[in-house]
Each structure stands twice: as C-alpha cells, then as structure tokens.
Design a protein around this ligand. Sequence first.
Ligand code: TXA
Ligand code: MG
Length: 312
Amino acid sequence: MNNIEHFAEILVDGGVVAFPTETVYGLGANAKNDAAVARIFEIKARPRFDPLIVHVSSLDMVNQVAASIQPIQRKLMEAFWPGPLTIIFPKLSVISDLVTAGLPTVAVRMPNHPVALELIRTAGIPVAAPSANPFGRTSPTTAAHVAEYLGDKVDGILDGGPCAVGLESTILSLIDGKPTILRTGGLAIEDIQAVIGPVHIAPPNDDLPQAPGRLQRHYAPATPMVLDPKRAIKPDSTTGLLTFTGRPDEAAFKAVEVLSRSGDLKEAASRLFAAIRRLDAMGLSLIVAEPVPDEGLGRAINDRLQRACKRG
Ligand code: TXA
Ligand code: MG
C-alpha cells in the first residue's frame, strides 16, 4: 500500500488528514460522515457557523454533492477545474448540515494538485476540508506549517511540497442569478470575467454568516501589522517590512520580506503567507506592510493583508 492509499483509508475510516492543494494545505474528512467532519471543527477550534469547502476529484463526483448545476457553473468548471475556484451549489441532503453550517448550499472545488486528486479519487468520497490552520490564523502553505499548527491533533499529514498558488481559492456564488465573488483568491477576477462576463464582488461583511472566510480580522499574525501605502512609517531596529518589490531604505528594518523583486504577482501570492509567518516569528514590535497593485491576484493579496492588519 502506498502512502496515498494509506491516507485514503484513514479518510474512509472517518479520520482527519491534512493534504496539499495548489492553494493552501487542507484539513480533510469524509464529507458524508458527521463525526469525522465534527472533528475538523474541534481540531481547528472553528465556529460551527463557518461552512467547509467540499473537494472532488471528478465532475462526476459533483453530482454526489450538488443538487443541480447551472450552465454558467458548468462553463466555469470546464474552464477552471481543476483549479483555485470554489463554486456554490444547492446541496444534496447526503452532505451534512455540519459541512454547510445549515445553509441550503454547498461550496465545491476540484483542487489542481496531483496528490490531492489521487487522494480523493482513491478514497472515492467527497472530502470536506478547510485550510489546515487554527481558526483565524494564516493558512499553511507547507506540510511543516501544518505540523507546527496541528501536528499532534490530526491522523496524518500528507506532504506534497510547497503550494504553488499560496492563496485560498476564489469563491463564486450565483446570488439572485448574478455571479458574485464571496472571497477573492487564487483565481483572478479578470480570468473569470473573460469566460462569463462581468462579476460582482461582495463587500466584506462580518455579519454574513455564510462567509466567515471574509471576516474582517482573519489570516492574522500575533505581531501587530499595519498597511503603510505611502511609506510614512520610518524603518527602525525593532520593525519588520513586508514589501512587494523592495525599497531603497529596506536595510534599516530589522527584517525584510520581499514578495517578488521582479514585481510578479503570482510569485508574490505564493510567498505571502510564509513571509508573514517568518516575520511573525522574529519578535518584532511591528510589521509594516505595503499593498501590491490592486489587479489580478493583487486584489486577493491586498485583501489578506488588510485583514491581517485588523486588530480583533
Ligand atoms: O483554497 C481553498 O479554498 C482552501 C483549500 C484547502 O481548498 N480551503 C479554504 O477553506 O480556504 P476555508 O474553510 O478556510 O474557507 C472556506 C470558506 C468559508 O469560510 C466560507 O466563507 C466559504 O468558504 N463557504 C463555504 N461554504 C459556503 C457556502 N455554502 N456558502 C457561502 N460560502 C461558503
Ligand atoms: Mg481558512
């Protein structure tokens, strides 16, 4: 039995395992097993009102989860799956209310990672999985991050290397028939619009129970962090800098993380969470963060930066 078969068996038996996806590491359980899904919430200390994304390995498997698929959703699945796009469907009753937090809908995606796809295919079940971090913390982009966060609590961690995208999936819902982005993420809105035309971006809203991935304070480091678009804060020996391409006075900070010297938003996205973690581990008094251009993946990067800066 190879490693993936071993982990698939744990899932089938009701266990909880961390696995790699192209976006971030997920914490997976059988989406049809209430007790297994309940353990995800326990392990993450996640509020029960925060629904999970169900991961599938084939278009066929969507039919085990979703009650119906609209033509526009089919178009999106064909264009972007496997990939960092989560689509909201009306749910089938086999999917537990725990997964969907009592909503009549279910969030589904097909991850673009060979290990994730083989795991789900081998287990033969839809896999409910949030990001593999304690609630409110930065999502893990390596197996080592997961081990630090939750190592002693899970039934296993499947190592598939660092995540290529590094931001959680973009979540799209058809609210009143209108394509609406509930969470910006690893698939750029421009790419979605090229396929289905204009989409609406829902404003962040702490009161919306179905979208805690959009809670204002989320993805947070323990160190205070501020966004400083105008470079108004002067460097000093206790502060750290999170910068997109670098800046002339960067050496005056105690620590510096450059997301992409060449200004590549994709590279910046893939490095973002690990960079925040490294700065957070340095005992700094403050992390000074610079926004990135607000286009393509930059929108999701800025969204995560803003929320990492909010104090709870
Ligand atoms: O890239 C990703 O999406 C990663 C990997 C592991 O797939 N997963 C992830 O899951 O980011 P999580 O639990 O951290 O975020 C899931 C978010 C929820 O917080 C909620 O905002 C949204 O998905 N969601 C889930 N089900 C929903 C539903 N039925 N309606 C609206 N939003 C939903
Ligand atoms: Mg999460």
